[in-house]
Design a protein around this ligand. Structure first.
Ligand code: ADP
Ligand code: MG
Length: 251
């Protein structure tokens, strides 16, 4: 599953980490794949730069095997393929390579049997890295911030998804649109949610992720919200989302 939206700061990484941890808590084996050069998912699950010997860049550019790059995290059942800043070069380097769109798919193929879910944390762009994410996925989860201009850019995202479907991955679907950073104290958040529901109807997840300080704090401790503050609102919301995701995959 790709977690994608070309806007930055909408909650992609927060969702990839915490949905992953919530699924792992339910007993699933989950692989997070960080394809954002910023490496926020990598640091957010507690992997230090100094501990990384292989990363996703080598898989995408050198076609190195992916398995040696997998790292366990402190959350049982949650593994990650880390990204480092060298991935920034991949966006340009991929444009001159053969079969560039399927590099991630090819890298993941040998390990798919080891996991129930693979969550790909996409970068805030619609370039070669995101296209690799979409080509390797059967579902896309789109986090949307409950703020002004929530719908802005989503048309372009849907177009890119259509292009990938047409050329590389006919089975690609949108699993759902997730409203994030919902602020119950403002009318604005509620208005934005209903506007997004008008556009995406039942594609919008029933679970809404609240704006919660604990969610923003957790990554600096290298922990998911499930481990950082298990009884917090954010942890409860991501557990709810995990259940909804499991149900939607079953449908
Ligand atoms: P993206 O990956 O889309 O760029 P992030 O998940 O990194 O977005 O979130 C952007 C910032 O907002 C981060 O600092 C993150 O900790 C914070 N954040 C994300 N979700 C929430 C939330 N529900 N409540 C409060 N802060 C959040
Ligand atoms: Mg991110």
């Amino acid at each position: 599953m790709a977690v994608a939206n070309q806007k930055g700061g909408v909650g992609k990484t927060t969702t990839a980490i915490n949905l992953g941890a919530a699924l792992a808590e339910m007993g699933s084996k989950v692989l997070l794949v960080d394809i954002d050069p910023q490496g926020n998912a990598t640091s957010g699950v507690g992997i230090a730069k100094s501990d990384i010997t292989h990363d996703i860049y080598e898989v995408l550019i050198d076609e190195a095997p992916l398995a040696p790059a997998i790292k366990h995290t402190s959350r049982t059942g949650l593994d990650i393929v880390p990204a480092t800043l060298q991935l920034a070069g991949a966006e340009v380097e991929l444009t001159t390579q053969i079969a560039r769109e399927t590099r991630l798919k090819g890298g993941l193929a040998p390990v798919l049997g080891d996991y129930d879910y693979v969550l790909i944390d996409c970068p805030p762009s619609l370039g070669q890295l995101a296209i690799n994410g979409f080509t390797a996925s059967d579902q896309i989860l789109i986090p949307v911030q409950s703020e002004y201009y929530a719908l802005e850019g989503l048309g372009q995202l849907l177009q890119t998804i259509d292009l990938v479907r047409k050329h590389f991955n006919p089975d690609l679907d949108i699993l759902g649109v997730l409203m994030t950073m919902f602020d119950a104290r403002t009318n604005l958040s509620a208005q934005v949610v209903s506007e997004v529901q008008q556009h995406f109807a039942n594609k919008v997840f029933k679970t809404v992720i609240p704006r919660a300080t604990r969610l923003a704090e957790a990554p600096s401790f290298g922990e998911s919200i499930i481990d950082y503050d298990s009884s917090s609102r954010g942890a409860k919301a991501y557990r709810e989302l995990a259940k909804e995701v499991v149900r939607r995959y079953g449908d």
